[in-house]
Design a protein around this ligand. Structure first.
Ligand SMILES: [Zn+2]
Length: 160
């Protein structure tokens, strides 16, 4: 019988401020580590490192894929470079992301990545409406170049 491999948890910065039990393999990106500026976060980092935390850069291919997905899901403007790297690493290793960040969860779910919320309830996948500022055409997804395929003007995200 094939042994089922352990899932990998990908931690964002908020995951370092909550002492939740870690039984799985844990990973994060260098950007998250540099965001841990206070003593509590650094102490937690030391503890997790002693438990086998791996810090790894995501592949450029996954970063590109996540950036594209974040534009299409409508979250591109609010995600930080670190958020994008967290999602990209999860994509690389088929990991589960530990985060309470709404935009991060939304883009991750768009890419079928599992989310493990820390304190809050998991966000419902958000659907934006995208509409051309020129001709008014509606789009289900933001075009990758964020411009209208009909008239070439800017497509904007609207709250429903
Ligand atoms: Zn248009």
């Amino acid at each position: 019988m094939i042994k089922e491999s352990l899932s990998v948890l990908i931690l964002d910065a908020s995951a370092f401020f909550i002492a939740f039990p870690v039984t799985e393999k844990v990973m994060t990106v260098p950007g998250v580590v540099s965001e841990l500026k206070d003593i509590k976060g650094k102490a937690r980092f030391e503890v997790l490192t002693s438990m086998g935390l791996v810090v790894s850069e995501p592949t450029l291919q996954s970063v590109k894929k996540v950036k594209e997905a974040s534009i299409r899901s409508g979250d591109g403007s609010v995600l930080s470079q670190t958020d994008i790297e967290v999602i990209a690493l999860a994509l690389d290793v088929h990991g589960t992301i530990c985060s309470d960040d709404f935009a991060l969860q939304n883009t991750a779910q768009y890419l079928d990545i599992q989310i493990h919320p820390l304190l809050q309830k998991k966000a419902e996948m958000r659907r934006w409406v995208f509409r051309c500022s020129g001709c008014g055409k509606y789009y289900d997804l933001m075009p990758v170049d964020m411009t209208c395929q009909i008239c070439g003007l800017k497509v904007r995200r609207k709250n429903k």
